[in-house]
Design a protein around this ligand. Sequence first.
Ligand code: AMP
Ligand code: MG
Length: 287
Amino acid sequence: MGKTKDAWSIDPEKSLRASTVGPIADFDPASKPGFDGDRKTGEKLLAEYGRDLSDLQERLFAEGRSGGSRSVLLVLQGMDTAGKGGIVRHVGGMMDPQGLTVRGFGKPTREELAHDFLWRIRTALPPAGKIGIFDRSHYEDVLPVRVHGLVPEAKWRGRYALINEFERELVAAGTTVIKCALVVSKAEQTKRLTKRLDRPDKYWKYDPSDIEERAHWDAYLAAYQDIFDLTDTAVAPWYVIPADSKWFSRLAIARLLRDTLDGLDLQWPPADFNVAEQQRLVAALED
Ligand code: AMP
Ligand code: MG
């Protein structure tokens, strides 16, 4: 798959795997683990991955239409300004929107709070044949919820095991799960927040509470570390995505998603009719 000489010296499934990258507090969000190319090479490769993704997604969609039960879920997490929306737009945007379901998760509504934390997640899962993208997810319930003590510690501590069980069931039912945490540096976040305030077309992205969240940076890093230590499983792996360069985070996630889909060995569904007979009938049609 692919034509451009691939500039990955280490497969990102290895080089970016949470268990490989080491402590998140020491991780460099400007690094490019496993990738030796420059931006130009990266952009060329991204276009190539896009073509692969588009083909693979259509196969998955076709399988779903033909009675298959498989789907894919891409979970995106990351601090404010890390670029989750950009991944949805630029990686999701390389595929047919008909084959995607995109869901964002904000502060829970009153109705959502009345249910257990996985309730709203279950209602948003991709149906057969689709690729679901979550912009934030059930992991918020062990991120801001933990950092701000929104529920007692015993409760959020119990959630890692519940999440693992939930994801295990999801995968057993035919959904392939891939989880990406975009990691941005404080300096880059400052730049992006400044830009949001400089440009009227970016005001809508600015949230005054982002500054407040930033004051809890280390607590968030600790919460992410626990997520990686406790929920990076063989069935639902976590990847750590350096996010200071947008082109690189898009490239890395496109590649991980492509390889995930490639691993499903998707085949075009065979005809459930007699092709030769239909060819004869169509050839005999009068215009
Ligand atoms: P945004 O992604 O910019 O639209 O912001 C959504 C906000 O909702 C972020 O501040 C999240 O941390 C917050 N959020 C999402 N899920 C939860 C949750 N389960 N509990 C508390 N806050 C949440
Ligand atoms: Mg925001």
